[in-house]
Ligand binder design. Structure first.
Ligand code: ATR
Length: 273
């Protein structure tokens, strides 16, 4: 079997080994996929050792996505802009290559799995950290009418606007504070880590309209803190990030194996765990 792994710290809770073994049995690919905990100061050594021993590809998770980006000798265009990498492999010439499939993952989950229309939509994105930077390029490529980045630290949102302005096309790209937006949006994406502290971004309830779709990039067995807030404000449609997790994994699998697994049965299976 060809060897793959997810590298993180901590990594024991990662769902990637389960997702990729479901992909492997579904497609009949000879893939073995494990989890590797790298020392916080030892990511490059862990990666080198993995490939020296014949490993074929790595997923990278918290807190190493930026280290993976730096370590790579070559980056795909989408990884370059994302400033972080979640997928590593050696190309035909043995060059360590980085990709980022997170943005592709959220777009596919929204569009294919949930039937959300992104083209022409007014999108509010909450947060301006690595998670948001990783998905902005693919979201903008769907040509929304507007994309507003709201963040606790306004300067970080403004920095992302500057960084992505060259690829915004006709999309109106702007930054603001959480309490500034007052109109209903078509789509609100929570990319903050506020709920990890049990916090909520202080949004006006007016951003939630009858048709607003709310998407939390986090997922959990229970409704996320943010999605519960949205439901309490009258939101009709809320999704968590489980589909994004499976879709980004499927795109990594496709890059490594040249085969695109079906994601719906895997999402269902994980939901039932
Ligand atoms: P990640 O890789 O998860 O994006 P990050 O780069 O540390 O991690 O970014 C975390 C994001 O969540 C940031 O947008 C952060 O806001 P700041 O830029 O102001 O720090 C946001 N965040 C974290 N805790 C928050 C809280 N309690 N309330 C609101 N926003 C929060």
């Amino acid at each position: 079997n060809d060897l793959y792994a997810v590298v993180g710290n901590p990594v024991s809770h990662s769902k990637s080994p389960r997702i990729h073994s479901l992909f492997a049995s579904q497609t009949g690919e000879a893939v073995e996929y494990t989890a590797i905990q790298a020392p916080l100061d030892g990511f490059p050594g862990t990666v080198r050792q993995f490939f020296e021993r014949g490993g074929q590809g790595l997923n990278v998770t918290v807190p190493f996505k930026e280290d993976a980006w730096k370590l790579a000798e070559r980056r795909t265009e989408r990884a370059e802009k994302a400033g972080a990498a979640n997928t590593l492999y050696q190309d035909g010439a043995g060059v360590l290559t980085a990709d980022n499939t997170d943005g592709c993952g959220i777009v596919r989950d929204l569009v294919r799995n949930h039937g959300v229309r992104l083209e022409g939509a007014d999108i509010l994105v909450l947060g301006a950290g690595g998670a948001v930077r990783g998905v902005l390029g693919p979201l903008l490529a769907e040509r929304p009418a507007s994309l507003t980045i709201a963040n606790r630290t306004l300067a970080r949102a403004q920095a992302l606007v500057e960084l992505f302005a060259p690829v915004a096309g006709s999309t109106q790209l702007s930054a603001c504070a959480f309490d500034e937006p007052r109109e209903p949006y078509d789509l609100i994406i929570n990319g903050t880590s506020a709920s990890l502290q049990g916090d909520l971004p202080p949004l006006s309830p007016e951003v939630i309209g009858e048709k607003t779709v709310v998407y939390d990039m986090m997922y959990s067995l229970q409704t996320t803190t943010f999605n519960q807030w949205a439901l309490d404000q009258g939101a009709q449609t809320v999704y968590d990030g489980l589909g994004m997790l499976v879709e980004q994994a499927a795109e990594s699998f496709r890059i490594w194996r040249g085969v695109a697994p079906e994601t719906a049965p895997v999402i269902d299976e994980l939901r039932d765990d």
